[in-house]
Design a protein around this ligand. Structure first.
Ligand SMILES: [Zn+2]
Length: 246
């Protein structure tokens, strides 16, 4: 179903705290809070059904909304059902089809998620989920101290992002490990493989302090992580090691 122009217009004027990115080649909206959704639903309903009808059905909800407790669920249900008069009004305006629930998802007709789960890559605008989806999950993105966010693909593809990322990992000493770049990236950056291990636990602090006596740049690299075992490598580089760029 195509998005209604009226909905688009209301999105423009009433969804202020949202960001747009791209996920699976489609636009994706990132929302800051339920309050944002509730305000939008309220304003849209007022616009298409009129203030009188909104007051008739949602007086108590609106009261809650304005006392910032919010209309729960981002839809227009009252105790789990929808007033027919409101449904008719939404259907008549072609915002939803018959038998469709007038909730945020169906009304805006686009994929969306909350900002505590999704971020947008500052370079390619890809939407990346930051929520682990399995026990083997490792992050394929990173934040800079300035809150810039880059996806794993851009980090692997673009040299300037790669350099920012490596600096970021180095800055965190033993507290950060690579989860984005692969072997060749490190070799190309002039790093040498120091160690490749599989262990139950990695005491990176101890190893870092030891290696730091001899090497300037030390990067821990998580190859694979399972609930039982961690496969990791250590890459090392001294400034004298790298003669690539002159
Ligand atoms: Zn990207």
């Amino acid at each position: 179903m195509e998005r209604n122009p009226l909905v688009y217009q209301m999105m423009e004027s009433h969804l202020n705290d949202v960001y747009y990115g791209i996920k699976d080649s489609k636009p994706f909206m990132i929302v800051e809070s339920w309050e944002e959704i509730e305000r939008f639903i309220y304003e849209l309903t007022k616009e298409i059904c009129g203030e009188e009808m909104v007051n008739k059905y949602y007086k108590n909800k609106i009261k809650r909304f304005y006392s910032s407790n919010g209309i729960s669920g981002g839809d227009l249900s009252i105790n789990g059902s929808y007033p027919q008069e409101i449904l008719d009004c939404f259907i008549e305006q072609n915002i939803i089809k018959e038998n469709m629930i007038p909730n945020f998802d169906n009304i805006i007709n686009m994929e969306w998620g909350f900002s505590d789960e999704f971020s947008i890559c500052d370079y390619c605008s890809s939407v990346i989920s930051r929520i682990p989806d399995s026990a083997f999950w490792t992050p394929d993105y990173f934040y800079t101290p300035y809150d810039d966010f880059y996806c794993g693909n851009c980090t692997r593809l673009f040299d300037f992002v790669k350099k920012i990322y490596i600096e970021e990992v180095l800055l965190n000493n033993y507290n950060a490990a690579n989860t984005i770049l692969n072997e060749n990236d490190f070799i190309n950056e002039g790093y040498t493989l120091y160690q490749h291990n599989k262990t139950k636990m990695l005491n990176s602090e101890e190893l870092f302090e030891e290696l730091n006596k001899k090497y300037e740049n030390i990067i821990f690299d998580i190859v694979e992580q399972t609930p039982f075992e961690i496969e990791w490598r250590v890459w090392i580089k001294n400034s004298g090691d790298y003669e690539g760029e002159i």
